[in-house]
Design a protein around this ligand. Structure first.
Ligand SMILES: Nc1ncnc2c1ncn2[C@@H]1O[C@H](COP(=O)(O)OP(=O)(O)OP(=O)(O)O)[C@@H](O)[C@H]1O
Length: 336
C-alpha cells in the first residue's frame, strides 16, 4: 500500500499542453477515480505516474520517495489496461504466475503465490482454463490477479471496464469495489463514465481539457459542484440549466436544477410547462418537458399519472437550486 503524491505534474507534447500543472494526494489505501471527457488527459496522467511517459515538469512521490525519473518497473505500481491482454495460449495459473516467472522466482514460491491470489479473487476453480474459456468478468479478474501477484504498492486502472457490455460492467463495478475493500490497496482508476466514478470512488478528480476542475467525495461534488462543467458532467440525466430573465431575476447568469429536484404538479407552481415525452422505467420516470425556461427533464419516483401533451406546473426545490455566474462559477446559495 502506498500514498502517491503529485506535485505540479504537467505534460506537453510538443507545444501542446495536455496536462496543466496539477497537485494531487492519493491517500494510502484509498480509491481515487479521475473522470473526464475523451481527450482530457486521463491516460496521460496515469502513464506519467506509472513512468511510461516523461514528465514535462513536477514530481511524483510514492510513500515520500521521489520516483519522477525512476524506471516504470522499479516503481512498484501495477497498471491494468482496458484490453485485458492475457496470453491466450497460457492457462490462468500460467497467466497469473507469469510476472513472477519473468522475475526468476522459484517454482514453489510461484505456485504458492498464484494459489493465494487466485483464491483471493475467486479464481481457484479456473486455474487450468485458457482465457477463451473464461467469462469477461473472470478474464478481468485474471488481469488483476496478474498485477496483484507482484504485491504492487498501488493499482493504476485505465478504463478497465469499458470493453465490457453494460450488464457485465455493472457487475464488475461491484467486484472492483469489493476487491478494494478486501485488499485496501491504493487504487487510481481513470474513466469517462461518471456512474463508474460516482459508485467506485472515495474521492473523485474531475479533469477537463488537462485541468482539474474539482476534487472531492462523490456526493460532495454532486451536491456542491464548484462550476457548471462539474454540475453538468456528474449526474444522469444531466442537470437542467436555465438562462435568461429567470436566472437574472435570481442574480445569476444561469440556474441549475437536477431532474430529481424539479417538482411537477397539476396545481399551480412556479413555471408552466408541457409534458412532451414520458420515459417510464418502473421504479422511476423521466418527464421531458417544454417550458418558457426551455426544455427541462424531471425525475419522478414510480410511474407518472400524466400524459404527453398535458399542461403542468414546474417548481424547483429552492434548497437545490444552483446559481452560476457568466464564467460558469458556482455562486453561493441564496439565504432562505
Ligand atoms: N504521444 C502523444 N503525442 C501527442 N499528443 C498526444 C500523445 N498522447 C496523447 N496525446 C494527446 O493528449 C491529449 C490527452 O490524451 P489522453 O489519451 O491522455 O486523453 P484521455 O482523457 O485518456 O482520452 P480517452 O478517454 O479518449 O482515452 C489528447 O488530445 C491526445 O491527442
Amino acid at each position: 500500500m502506498a500514498e502517491i503524491l503529485l506535485e505540479g505534474l504537467s505534460k506537453r507534447f510538443g507545444t501542446e499542453e495536455v496536462l496543466a500543472p496539477l497537485d494531487l494526494t492519493i491517500a494510502e489505501g484509498s480509491f481515487v477515480v479521475v473522470v473526464g471527457p475523451s481527450g482530457c488527459g486521463k491516460t496521460t496522467l496515469l502513464r506519467l505516474i506509472a513512468g511510461l511517459e516523461e514528465v514535462s515538469s513536477g514530481r511524483v512521490l510514492i510513500d515520500g520517495r521521489d520516483v519522477t525519473h525512476t524506471a516504470a518497473a522499479a516503481r512498484g505500481l501495477a497498471m491494468v489496461f482496458q484490453s485485458h491482454a492475457l496470453y491466450p495460449h497460457m492457462n490462468v495459473r500460467e497467466n497469473i504466475g507469469f510476472p513472477l516467472k519473468m522475475a526468476g522466482r522459484p517454482a514453489p514460491e510461484i505456485a504458492a503465490r498464484v494459489q493465494a491470489v487466485a483464491s483471493q479473487l475467486g479464481l481457484g476453480d479456473c486455474l487450468a482454463r485458457k482465457p477463451c474459456q473464461l467469462s469477461g468478468g473472470e478474464r478481468q479478474r485474471v488481469a488483476i490477479g496478474r498485477a496483484l501477484v507482484r504485491a504492487p504498492a498501488a493499482f493504476l486502472l485505465d478504463e478497465p471496464l469499458s470493453s465490457l457490455d453494460a450488464e457485465l460492467r455493472a457487475r464488475m463495478r461491484l467486484e472492483l469495489a469489493r476487491l478494494h475493500r478486501a485488499l485496501r490497496t491504493t487504487m487510481l482508476l481513470v474513466t469517462h463514465d461518471q456512474i463508474e466514478a460516482m459508485t467506485l470512488a472515495e474521492q473523485i478528480v474531475v479533469l477537463n481539457a488537462g485541468r482539474v476542475e474539482q476534487t472531492g467525495a462523490p456526493l460532495a461534488l454532486y451536491h456542491a459542484p464548484c462550476n457548471r462543467f462539474v454540475a453538468g458532467f456528474l449526474g444522469s440525466p444531466t442537470m437542467n440549466f436555465i438562462e435568461g430573465p429567470e436566472a437574472e431575476r435570481q442574480g445569476a447568469h444561469a440556474l441549475g436544477i437536477r431532474p430529481e429536484h424539479l417538482r411537477v404538479t397539476r396545481a399551480q407552481g412556479l413555471w408552466p410547462g408541457r409534458v412532451d415525452v414520458i420515459e417510464a422505467l418502473g421504479a422511476e420516470s423521466f418527464l421531458h418537458l417544454s417550458s418558457g425556461q426551455g426544455r427541462l427533464v424531471a425525475r419522478l419516483d414510480g410511474s407518472a399519472d400524466l400524459r404527453p401533451g398535458e399542461t403542468v406546473w414546474l417548481t424547483p426545490a429552492p434548497a437545490h437550486l444552483h446559481r452560476f455566474d457568466a464564467a460558469g462559477r458556482a455562486l453561493p446559495q441564496r439565504p432562505g
